[in-house]
Each structure stands twice: as structure tokens, then as C-alpha cells.
Design a protein around this ligand. Structure first.
Ligand code: FEO
Ligand code: CA
Ligand code: CA
Ligand code: CA
Length: 580
């Protein structure tokens, strides 16, 4: 598969086949070890996992959360030691309430809400590589859970005292943390994606305002039903609580007592991730708003980030937020979302910059940003500063940058900022790959070694290998109907960005998505996450007619157990670099 390589070969493994088995498959010469599945105590002496879902809310708050997603390995120690010991920091995107409770999702109670909150958020666990090459979670003064109930601070233009944030109790928690970011100063950014789903109300007098409408906030909510048992999540009883969500959340993994901080200058959308880079000493953060027809944003910090920090200021609190406009001729422009500029004036109803940020989507509508097919992860090529963004699937939006209508398979767009400077306000773009199956779409230039659909995670390793992870949803639509019957379980591929060569590196168990990618500094261990194995089934082995491939009992395969999200540590038998 793929075109012959030019120059140095980046990809040195034999591609694996597509798979519909309930296993995790890596190439010949590679090994995979499951670590820290949902329910693992974050400290060795912590509460043990109960396979019947019977752990309490308090126990869950001391265990690894559910539905692992974005993740980063922070080395502890220098040189070789840093590749043997570190902090794994990972998001827990959402909870499957059928699996979370022994009696399933029905009959919401206060205790169930507490447990669901405890299974969300972020885990910080210390892991160590043993002499036999395996990885193990060890005791640590850094071990920590940030949950939907952890006290949080606000910073930037929307401060904690802003009237829009006044609600019952102090601000707490982070929810729906999908992808993530890492700052040059060593902190972790958790990103709040589908936060609207947690709120609802039975008050028939409640109606969404224009901003809530734009964010998809509804009385019914997204199926969690927490508002039935906890007024914190009731849109009528506690109307401003929802304004505390939709932000980027900074967590310092080395300071377990420090409150997470919501950095409001980066905007309020359904943040998929927050990819941080820098140019000319200024910090730049890219973020996608994952909704069909929504936008790609970037934040450019004001001044030199080191000097800002030396003065005790956060480089993420001061700067300009932009939204992307992609022209059909391959050019592009970053449009500022700055109060007083363009249409974002007082005369047009924009009170101040805090107002612009609280209503980021409407501000981006007003400046005329380009609608995209669900922007997911963003990554930067370390060799040339090119930026890559996955557009997982969508309606197709009548533009060259979203060329398929509808777009069930997704694609990856790439752009080069002017002068390869991330602070530039213009860029040039092209399409890196159109995903899919050539049996259904002849424009697709892929074959059995690399067909894939619905790219979601995307990440460059230090050598410039582009890793692509897929999230084909296990909804009710039949696989053949949507043209996905040859593609198999979700997978991870590696690409050479110069030659365009792509090879399938691994396949996941049934019903899961593959997400989260991070490596030790020596690139000899790659960590990835298996999220929601068994999605859309009854989870104990009964199939659905629509998608029998979704049935899973991975990774424990216990007769009375349940499928669990987990991290997988991938190494090479010969100890070499992953992917090389
Ligand atoms: Fe949480 Fe957009 O994936
Ligand atoms: Ca995702
Ligand atoms: Ca998914
Ligand atoms: Ca996704």
C-alpha cells in the first residue's frame, strides 16, 4: 500500500489486517500490555475494583475513571530514567451509566450522580517500567483524581466573579474531557467537549436562550439525567452552572494540591483538544470545536511566554483568539474574535471580551468562519511546523476544504502558517488524505493495508511520524449501509507526511475507539487508549442486530465482568523505536 518512500523511511513495520475480533492486535515484533483499566486504584493501597460495578462514589474517586481519552506521559527524572518512570495523565471523557452502576442507568439517584461525577475528569498516575519490560502503576505523591466535583478556579477575561458564573456553590469540576494539550511549562490541558449533555430540566417554563440553542443545550439533556436527582444540573433551578463549562482547564501534574484553572481567554466551545506550540517566544494553542458545521480556533499569546511567567502571569490569560477561514483557492485567514473589532462591537450587542468568550460560537458566526466537518484533534509536525487537523465526518459544507457531501468517512486537512510562524494570520492549506473505502468512493486512494474511516486522534511523534486514530461510532446504522463493512474495528495507523504513505499499525477490540497517544522520551514505549469497548451493546454479550461487531468483554474476559476502557503500553520485542 501507499506510494514508495522517498529519502529516509519513517515506517518500518508490516501493516496489520483489518479485524473484527475482540482483541488488540499489534504488528509482528511488537508487544501490547494492558494497564490502568477503569476502576484501578490510583494508589496500590486504594479501593479494589469490583467487577459487578459495585464500587461506591467515594471509591470511584480514588480509582481510575471511565472512558480513557487524551493522554500525556510526563517523565520523572532525566535521561534514561525519564523513559522508565513518569506520570501518565489522562482524560475520562464520559460515563456509560449502564456499565457504571450494578443496576444500570435507570432510576437516577444522588449517589449515582456522585459516582458518575467521580468517574469523569482526569487521572494522574505514576507508572514505572520493570526489569522484565512491563509497566506498572506504583505509589506516588503525585497520584490524583480531578473529577466533576473538584474545586476549580477561573482565570482570564471571564473571572470567577463574573455575573454569568454566579450559581449555587463555588465552581467545581470538569466534564467531557476529550483530547488534551501540554504546555511548554509542563502543565496539562483538559478540554471540555460535549458539556451540554449533562444539563436538563423538567421545568416546562424553561426555554433555551440563543446562546444555549447554539451550544445544543436542551431540557431533555444528553441522556445522563443527573438533573432528575441533583439540582446542580437543573437548567431552571441553577441556570448559570452550565456557564462554568465549555472551557480549557489547566492542571499542574507536579502540584497535586493546586486547583485546576479554567483559562477563559481560549474561548468556550465544545473543545476537542488544545494543541500548544510556540513561535518567536509566544505561545499558540489550536483547538477544534467538534460539531458538524463548527470551527477551528487558535489562540496567540501576548508577548514572550517566559517573561509572562517570570512576572507571575499565565501566558494563557492574555492574547488573541482567532477562528479559521479556509478559501477554496487553498489560502486561509485567521479572523480575530476581539471585542470592538469587526462586527463584535457594543452597537451589535457585544458587551465586552468576556461576552465574546462566553458566546464564542456566535462570535465566530458573526465574523464569517468556515464551517467544517467536525474538527477533532490537531497536531504540529515537529520537522516543518505544518499543522494537521482531523475532520472526522460530517454533512459536507460546500467548500473545497470539506469536499465530500455528505462525508461519512472524514479527512485530514493540513496547513502551513505564513513563514511557518504560528502567530501568522494567513496560511495555505491542502488535504493530506481523504479517508474511506475505494469500494464505495473512487476518490479514496487507500487499499487493504490502510483503509480507515472517521479519523479522530492525530499525533506527531518526535521523529515526524504522523499517527492517526479512528472513532467509527457504533450507532444504530448498519455498517454496510454507511459503507463501513470492509474497515473493521477501530484502528491506529502511521503515516509519512512527506510521501503520504500510510500503514495500519494496530486494531482495537470490538466496539471501542482508539484514542490518546503519547510516548516515553526514548520512543520505545507508546501508550494508547482503548475507549468504550462494547459500545452500543448490552455489554454482557448480547448482540445488536445492527452491529454485532460492537460486542466486547475486553480486556478481562470475565464471565460476570464488563468491558473496561484501558491504556495499552506498546513496546518492541527488540527494544527499538515504535513505528521505525
Ligand atoms: Fe470526544 Fe470529538 O471526540
Ligand atoms: Ca475524540
Ligand atoms: Ca467514540
Ligand atoms: Ca470522535
Amino acid at each position: 500500500g501507499g506510494r514508495p518512500g522517498h529519502g529516509r523511511r519513517l515506517l518500518g513495520f508490516e501493516p496489520v489486517s483489518t479485524s473484527d475480533a475482540d482483541t488488540f492486535v499489534v504488528p509482528e515484533g511488537y508487544e501490547a500490555q494492558v494497564i490502568i483499566p477503569w476502576g484501578t486504584p490510583i494508589r496500590p493501597e486504594g479501593p479494589a475494583w469490583r467487577e459487578d460495578g459495585g464500587n461506591t462514589a467515594d471509591e470511584q474517586a480514588e480509582q481510575v475513571g471511565m472512558n480513557h481519552d487524551g493522554m500525556h506521559f510526563f517523565p520523572l527524572g532525566h535521561g534514561r530514567e525519564g523513559s522508565r518512570r513518569g506520570l501518565l495523565v489522562l482524560n475520562h471523557e464520559y460515563v456509560d451509566q449502564e456499565l457504571l452502576f450494578p443496576d444500570g442507568a435507570a432510576d437516577m439517584t444522588g449517589e449515582k450522580v456522585r459516582k458518575a461525577l467521580a468517574a469523569h475528569g482526569v487521572s494522574v498516575v505514576e507508572i514505572e517500567r520493570r526489569r522484565d519490560g512491563s509497566w506498572e502503576r506504583v505509589d506516588s505523591r503525585y497520584a490524583r483524581r480531578v473529577t466533576g466535583d473538584t474545586p476549580v478556579a477561573f482565570s482570564g477575561p471571564v473571572g470567577a466573579d463574573h455575573p454569568a458564573l454566579r450559581a449555587a456553590g463555588r465552581p467545581r469540576g470538569t466534564l467531557n474531557n476529550c483530547s488534551h494539550g501540554v504546555t511548554p511549562w509542563g502543565t496539562y490541558l483538559a478540554c471540555e467537549e460535549n458539556w451540554n449533555n449533562y444539563f436538563g430540566t423538567t421545568d416546562t417554563g424553561w426555554e433555551p436562550d440563543a446562546t444555549q440553542e447554539r451550544y445544543g443545550v436542551s431540557a431533555e439533556g444528553g441522556g445522563f439525567d443527573w438533573h432528575l436527582a441533583d439540582s446542580r444540573f437543573d437548567l431552571a433551578a441553577n441556570p448559570n452552572e452550565i456557564n462554568r463549562f465549555g472551557w480549557i482547564v489547566e492542571i499542574d501534574p507536579k502540584r497535586p494540591d493546586a486547583e485546576p484553572v479554567k483559562r477563559t481567554a481560549l474561548g468556550r466551545v465544545k473543545h476537542e483538544g488544545c494543541t500548544v506550540t510556540e513561535s518567536r517566544g509566544r505561545v499558540v494553542a489550536y483547538t477544534g470545536d467538534d460539531q458538524d458545521g463548527d470551527y477551528i480556533y487558535k489562540f496567540v499569546g501576548k508577548g514572550n511566554w517566559r517573561m509572562q511567567r517570570a512576572r507571575g502571569r499565565s501566558p494563557l490569560d492574555h492574547g488573541t483568539l482567532y477562528v479559521a477561514s479556509f478559501q477554496d483557492d487553498g489560502s486561509g485567514e485567521w479572523l480575530p474574535l476581539t471585542h470592538g473589532e469587526g462586527p463584535l462591537t457594543r452597537e451589535n450587542g457585544w458587551a465586552d471580551q468576556a461576552d465574546v468568550l462566553l458566546r464564542t460560537r456566535e462570535a465566530a458566526d458573526a465574523v464569517g468562519a468556515t464551517k467544517m466537518d467536525r474538527p477533532e484533534w490537531i497536531t504540529v509536525n515537529p520537522r516543518n511546523n505544518d499543522v494537521y487537523c482531523t475532520l472526522t465526518n460530517g454533512s459536507g459544507w460546500d467548500s473545497a476544504v470539506n469536499p465530500r457531501k455528505p462525508n461519512p468517512y472524514g479527512h485530514i486537512v493540513r496547513w502551513t502558517e505564513k513563514h511557518r510562524d504560528h502567530t501568522s494570520t494567513t496560511f495555505e492549506w491542502d488535504l493530506f488524505v481523504l479517508a474511506g473505502d475505494p469500494a464505495y468512493d473512487e476518490r479514496v486512494d487507500l487499499d487493504e493495508s490502510n483503509i480507515f474511516g472517521s479519523p479522530d486522534g492525530v499525533w506527531f511523534d518526535d521523529d515526524g511520524r504522523l499517527w492517526i486514530q479512528t472513532d467509527i461510532s457504533n450507532g444504530s446504522q448498519h455498517l454496510a449501509e454507511k459503507g463501513y463493512d470492509n474497515i473493521g474495528n477501530n484502528q491506529m495507523l502511521a503515516a509519512d507526511p512527506e510521501t503520504g504513505e500510510i500503514r495500519r499499525f494496530l486494531t482495537g477490540p470490538r466496539g471501542c475507539e482508539i484514542t490518546g497517544a503519547t510516548a516515553t522520551p526514548d520512543q520505545r514505549t507508546l501508550f494508547v487508549n482503548v475507549q468504550h469497548p462494547g459500545e452500543s451493546t448490552d455489554h454482557w454479550g448480547e448482540t445488536t442486530a445492527e452491529n454485532p461487531r460492537a460486542v466486547s468483554n475486553w480486556p478481562d474476559f470475565r464471565p460476570n465482568g464488563r468491558p473496561r476502557s484501558a491504556t495499552v503500553a506498546i513496546t518492541r520485542v527488540d527494544g527499538g523505536k515504535i513505528g521505525a
